[in-house]
Design a protein around this ligand. Sequence first.
Ligand SMILES: [Cu+2]
Length: 361
Amino acid sequence: ARWYPTLVGLEDGRVLSVSGLDDVGAILPGDNEIYDPKTKKWGKGPFHYFPTYPALFLTKGGKLFYPGANAGYGPADKGREPGIWDLKKNTFTKVPGLTDTDQLETAASLMLPPVQDQKVMVLGGGGVGESKKSTARTAVIDLKQDSPAFEAGPDLPQGTRYLNSVIMPDDTVFTSGGSEDYRGRGASNILKAQSYDPKTNTFKEAAEPTVGRNYHSEALLLPDGRVATFGSDSLYGDKDNTKLGKFEQRMEVYTPPALHRGKDRRPVIGSGPENAERGTTVTYESADADRIATARLMRPSAVTHTTDVEQRSIELGLKKTGGKLSVTVPDDPTLVPPGWYMLFVTDTDGVPSEAKWVKVA
Ligand SMILES: [Cu+2]
């Protein structure tokens, strides 16, 4: 029995289920399991303890990276340090450099785009349990280095738990919402959003959301290039914490600036294959081929409790010839795990197309 686990899609299509609470609500000591869709059976996974909803990212070569971000439950002094988990040898190698390591619960984390850069970012987070602490810290680690270590990134506007972070087709990261205190206590929802650019390692202010988002809130990239945010579970409904909170049912949709430049400016991906094999090139009709600058395969998110280990953006090789776009998928299942993806192209002005759904076997 297991609830609040993280499900990590592996390079061969199997799914590793990690941590969680058992049927009486006690945290599992480390008995992880693997589901194989080919045999439709569960088997034993490598034994290792993590707090619930650990953020675990499939990295190049097949090891998992744990930035320390998690969604709580479990003791404060166990399984909270970041490191690299070798599933085959079941070894865990800690990585240095991260600050505010006592505030990794409810932190956001993601593999920065494109995934070939092998950089993982951690944003915000709070103290363990109902702690009042939260941090504005962000940090980035480059896993391509021989001895990877976290380096400080730009601070968030304030201490933030439950930050939503979404990879965008133009290789920026849209972040919004969260609250400064545990579950929005003391009316601490943060009505701010910002766009992070991995190339410059800076935040830029984005349009402010009007609905607060804390615990049990999510944000997803839509196939049309916008971002939907939904949910939130404030513990209290007022500043003095005297009334019970209500589950947030309003959704909001964020339209990035590039989509305000005119509907007819968006490049269009025309007809072409729905399946793409790794290591091969697939070709799509496109009247806009000449002005396309980048092509990305973006994995749809599976996000809950500020944990989204599915989202990733893969840089594709790009060739343009007379009204046709040819994109090449990397020949590496640890970069491109099997499944459905959204194919986006972005033009030289930074305007993205709508997505075309493409399956990588
Ligand atoms: Cu929950």
